[in-house]
Design a protein around this ligand. Structure first.
Ligand SMILES: NC(=O)c1ccc[n+]([C@@H]2O[C@H](COP(=O)([O-])OP(=O)(O)OC[C@H]3O[C@@H](n4cnc5c(N)ncnc54)[C@H](O)[C@@H]3O)[C@@H](O)[C@H]2O)c1
Length: 418
């Protein structure tokens, strides 16, 4: 049995701390300046409305500390931080979003971590600070890392829980998400999770974990927005929303699956962009409340245009010729209908840039044998491209993230570290 520290015993923190104490057999020492956690433990106010909370309360080894310093002194190593990262009520979704969006408010998180760091230094006590609170990518590096000292190690460990099912979600998460500078830092936090479930862990950099946490919710929101656009189209065309969404939900190979959940080029094919464009026409004709379909068409084009910016910048920086490798819309194919590779080439040519465009599956004859360094853009994820040898000094721009490094060549795997 270990003693786990806990800072912030609100809606998420109190329930997770109790779950850890009860099901993991830990002693939990928690601090919260609010009187509410003590009132809940004494039975003076009702606990949060969570399935199974009554069974957690009796006998759970959760002790309330009078200060963060007491938490640091008592915890074995890991101290979880689950303080609020709120936004002003105007940004909660209960009313339309104001003109300008806004970041979360981090003052409580900064204060909580500052208190822990100070206590760890004063006590010369090494601790692992495992931040649970939700934040945007880059926040830990910008606001939290500068507070650390030689006694404190930072891990980002956000929770994927939904209010009402917090206990079940703590006991059986889809995965444990850990952002850490290296795996050794993550281990004490993983060990604690392993006492309550055997779910897999996703371990990555702190920035990647920050983004994964919010991107998870974005992906869920995207499904809801699409389902609701379908509902509106159904209402206006006489189709049945549940018949349509039930059929989509049954498409567990492509639609509801891990397929396509990978950054790269835009979608392509003889049907995809074409259907989306036709649907955006329908959305306008039906006067859909939001032009989400038109937005998706424009988002595909804008992402391609952003890649064109990247290619153009490398071209200008090096002075090299640009060559796009791949015309087909999918690997191992000669099909170019709706291909994002063609869209990218079109956008680059529209900028007045000269380029070569070649695909080993589409263009008969010829071989890849450049005689001077260039800017090479891997537009189609063909299997043979990783075996190509590029002249020394070349730049390879790879949106798919699968091209290996080559001596003397700068390989930019877009959006990937290393
Ligand atoms: N509630 C959820 O369903 C949920 C789910 C996933 C993630 N989150 C994230 O978890 C974090 C906490 O959410 P919540 O809903 O529990 O918030 P909450 O407002 O209910 O609780 C936060 C608690 O932290 C305490 N606190 C503030 N400053 C403190 C300090 N310096 N030291 C100790 N305690 C302090 C507050 O008194 C409060 O009790 C947020 O970042 C939230 O976005 C919440």
């Amino acid at each position: 049995m270990s003693t786990v520290g806990w800072i912030g015993l609100g809606k998420l923190g109190a329930v997770c701390a109790l779950t850890l104490a009860k099901h993991g057999g830990h002693r939990v020492i928690g601090y919260d300046p609010s009187p509410r956690p003590a009132q809940i433990l004494r039975g003076e106010v009702p606990p949060p409305q969570e399935e199974g909370i009554e069974a957690l309360l009796p006998g759970a080894d959760l002790t309330l500390a009078s200060s963060p310093a007491q938490v640091v002194a008592t915890a074995d190593d890991v101290v979880f931080v689950a303080v609020q990262t709120p936004h002003s009520p105007a940004y909660g979704g209960e009313t339309p979003m104001p003109q300008e969006p806004q970041d979360f408010e981090y003052q409580y998180l900064v204060q909580a971590v500052r208190d822990l760091c100070r206590a760890a230094a004063e006590q010369a006590k090494p601790i692992t600070i495992a931040v649970i609170s939700t934040c945007l990518p880059g926040t830990m590096n910008r606001l939290i890392r500068p507070l650390l000292n030689e006694f404190t190690t930072l891990v980002y460990n956000p929770a994927f829980i939904a209010m009402g099912t917090t206990i079940a979600d703590c006991l059986k998460p889809e995965f444990v998400l850990i952002g850490a500078d290296d795996r050794r830092n993550a281990q004490p936090v993983l060990d604690i999770h392993a006492t309550v479930h055997d779910r897999p862990a996703q371990i990555m950099s702190i920035e990647s974990a920050e983004l994964t946490k919010v991107a998870y919710n974005v992906a869920v929101s995207t499904k809801i927005v699409v389902a609701n656009a379908i509902m509106e189209i159904c209402h206006k065309t006489g189709a049945d929303c549940d018949a349509v969404t039930d059929a989509l939900a049954a498409a567990t190979d492509r639609v509801v699956s891990a397929k396509y959940m990978r950054g790269g080029m835009g979608d392509g094919g003889h049907c995809h962009p074409r259907d989306l464009i036709a649907m955006s026409w329908l959305a306008q004709r039906l006067d859909l409340s939001t032009d989400v379909l038109g937005y998706m068409v424009r988002a595909r084009e804008a992402q391609s245009s952003w890649l064109a910016d990247l290619v153009q910048q490398w071209g200008e920086q090096t002075g090299f010729d640009i060559m796009i490798l791949g015309k087909a819309y999918k690997p191992g194919s000669d099909l170019t209908g709706g291909s994002p590779a063609l869209l990218l080439a079109h956008q680059l040519r529209q900028r007045g840039l000269k380029l070569e465009h070649w695909d080993p599956h589409v263009d008969t004859g010829g071989a890849f044998a450049p005689d001077r360094p260039g800017v090479f853009v891997i537009a189609t994820r063909h299997d043979e491209f990783p075996d190509y040898r590029f002249p020394s000094g070349s730049v390879v721009i790879d949106p798919h993230g699968y091209m290996p490094d080559q001596p003397g060549v700068t390989t930019t795997r877009v959006g990937r570290k290393g």
